[in-house]
Unconditional design. Structure first.
Length: 635
């Protein structure tokens, strides 16, 4: 819990930016220390914040009084238990969501356990089946209950007592899995979710029955309600006709009319800003290259506050973590590609912002490397976006290049901001290329659907075309290119080599999938019906196609040095994937040059020393084969 508070000079330097200095070699461990916090939330009164604090094998929660940053209470649920977020349910009480994570890249393992507590640590309680409940409405008029949704063959809406955990069903909808939208009076008006075959459905309440508003297959069109207008008559919808990035429209269900509000031709929305009374949609956040907000209601007084805070940090992006119910206090985070970010509290009454805490205050932005948004046209004419990070203060030309595909692959995407792995590689002299290849999330369902059944073909070709684009610009040296990724990115790192045997000089797969057929047998995805349906929807259909897109079945084409990294306890991508590829490479007489297996790690390493050892080995491996232009050593 140390290093939370910095001196006031930090806020000044943050607002004014930093001056360039000669790049210095930053210790490996500085990039991979746990940040001081992973999530911050604001109480409805603005009097308290809660802070999720990573501590190696667990994430604990601490509550602070904002006025003096005094610790009020602390929660710790033990080994491999991570308090990843809280939801305030009244002025003094919140729900804690506690998950098990067996690896750095796992979102969660199993369903979250949910507990309730007052901010001072009193009246702690378990919420039975809490992780299965999604909060639909906080019911501020009744501080004892919230509206929650749970699906058991059908979708159910219930009132949850946040002190006893008791639930009482108030509505249901004929969806396999779904949630609900209520109006500002708490009346149930819409339900939306998925059927067993993963088709998406939107229903409208019609008396005691439901009428279908929209149905589409996974990856298809969209018509999804977001929030009611302040007058409680119209509804803001996300709408996409053919899978293009969804736009926002204001619909009048009675008149059957719609009015356009806002949209972006390239990307989906990533955030919404609502007024403190939750009756007005103020702005929509997008990540089209760089983050920005489009204001829907520019005249609202709180919109002007948000816009002013964004303008106050010209060299940073600003995201908002909450606003007090009376509209006085605004919690926000300022961050950038070279700065992991800090939280502030803005008091609208005094017009002053107070620094609260910093994520990684040992990181010096002037030593980091800037990330620039790029776009290019792939070989079939499809526009593809990504990011390129160049070593600080280098020439920017003829550089060794690391292609670094993201995991997922469907849903996640690379985004602008501080990335420890990218910054580490850039600090060692490498240009780092991140590609939001088709199949990635955030660019509309049609773009994501282009990746279905094409994990090892079209998606890989997008990465190849990105490398060629950077080479044509004179930025990368085509004779010094390697690829490195984790999870799906680990698969892509090896499959790019299969598809392009002469383009790369080395490859690193970290907890990667190397056999698509094995995905149907091992790991936690095929353990559930939803997981099996997902695989059947996105994987190549025939065994022959699956094998042709699997590195383990194409080791004859892997003719360059290979480094493989695996956690023995990985449940998402089990060690059987690693074993199969390693054994087949060895049988072909091309054993991996470097292998790292950690017995106690899962889907990505948690232990600090294991991470330091991994990235130190990675630095040596890359340096041997394509050599970075080394930064100077710090005096």
């Amino acid at each position: 819990m140390t290093n939370f508070l910095r001196n006031a000079a930090f806020a000044v330097s943050l607002a004014l930016g930093t001056c360039a200095v000669q790049a210095q070699s930053v210790p490996v461990g500085d990039f991979f220390k746990d940040p001081e916090f992973s999530n911050v939330s604001l109480s409805p009164t603005g009097e308290y914040i809660t802070v999720s604090v990573p501590q190696a094998d667990r994430t604990v929660l601490a509550a602070f009084r904002v006025s003096d940053m005094k610790l009020v209470a602390k929660w710790d649920y033990g080994e491999k238990r991570h308090i990843d977020r809280v939801r305030w349910v009244n002025d003094d009480r919140f729900l804690l969501y506690v998950t098990r994570k067996l690896g750095r890249f796992d979102a969660r393992v199993g369903t979250a356990d949910v507990y309730a507590s007052n901010v001072d640590g009193t009246k702690r309680a378990d919420i039975p089946n809490g992780g299965f409940y999604g909060i639909v409405d906080l019911s501020w008029d009744d501080p004892r209950t919230v509206l929650v949704a749970r699906s058991i063959d059908s979708a159910f809406l219930s009132k949850l007592d946040v002190y006893t955990g008791e639930v009482r069903t108030v509505a249901s909808a004929p969806l396999r899995a779904g949630t609900f939208l209520v109006d500002h009076e708490g009346e149930v008006r819409y339900a939306m979710g998925q059927e067993e075959d993963l088709d998406f459905v939107t229903l409208r309440r019609n008396g005691e029955s439901w009428a279908t508003v929209h149905t589409a297959e996974m990856g298809g069109s969209v018509q999804r309600p977001v929030v009611f207008s302040a007058d409680n008559k119209r509804v803001v919808f996300e709408v996409s006709d053919k899978g293009e990035p969804a736009r926002l429209v204001m619909m009048d269900p009675e008149a059957n009319t719609s009015t356009p509000l806002v949209g972006n031709a390239n990307v989906e929305s990533v955030d919404y800003l609502f007024s403190s009374d939750e009756r007005d949609l103020l702005a929509v956040g997008y990540m089209d290259g760089l983050p920005n907000y489009e204001f829907v209601n520019k005249d609202h007084v709180e919109s002007k506050t948000y816009a002013g805070l964004i303008n106050a940090f010209p060299d940073h992006a600003v995201s908002f973590g909450g606003i007090s119910r009376d509209g006085r206090f605004v919690l926000f985070r300022a961050y950038s590609d070279v700065d992991p970010g800090s939280y502030y509290m803005f008091d609208r009454k005094t017009g002053q912002a107070k620094f609260l805490l910093a994520a990684m205050d040992w990181i010096k932005p002037e030593q980091m490397s800037t990330m620039q948004a790029i776009s290019f046209v792939a070989r079939d004419g499809t526009k593809v976006h990504g990011y390129l990070t160049l070593p600080r203060n280098g020439s920017g030309k003829n550089l060794p290049l690391i292609l670094h595909p993201h995991g997922g692959p469907h849903g996640p995407r690379d985004m602008w901001g501080f990335n420890p792995e990218v910054q580490f590689l850039a600090n060692r002299g490498y240009a780092v290329l991140q590609v939001n290849f088709r199949g990635s999330g955030g660019y509309g369902n049609a773009f994501e659907r282009m990746g279905y059944r094409n994990w090892g073909t079209t998606m890989i070709d997008d990465m190849t075309d990105a490398v060629d684009y950077v080479v044509r610009q004179g930025i990368a040296d085509q004779s010094r290119v390697c690829t490195y990724g984790a999870s799906y990115g680990g698969y892509a790192a090896l499959q790019t080599v299969v598809r392009e045997p002469t383009k790369y000089k080395c490859t690193i797969g970290y907890v990667g999938v190397y056999s698509l057929p094995l995905m149907f047998k091992d790991g936690d995805i095929p353990e559930t019906e939803t997981g099996r349906n997902f695989l059947n929807r996105v994987m190549p259909e025939t065994l022959a196609e699956q094998q042709s897109q699997s590195p383990a079945f194409n080791v004859d084409k892997i003719r360059i040095p290979v480094m493989l990294v695996q956690g023995a306890k990985d449940q998402r991508v089990p060690i059987s994937q690693y074993n199969l590829l390693r054994e087949r490479l060895e049988a072909a007489g091309r054993a991996p040059e470097v292998t790292i297996v950690e017995d106690k790690e899962g889907h990505g390493f948690y232990d600090y020393q294991n991470q330091v050892d991994l990235y130190t080995a990675m630095e040596a491996f890359l340096g041997k084969h394509i050599g970075g232009s080394k930064p100077s050593t710090a005096p």
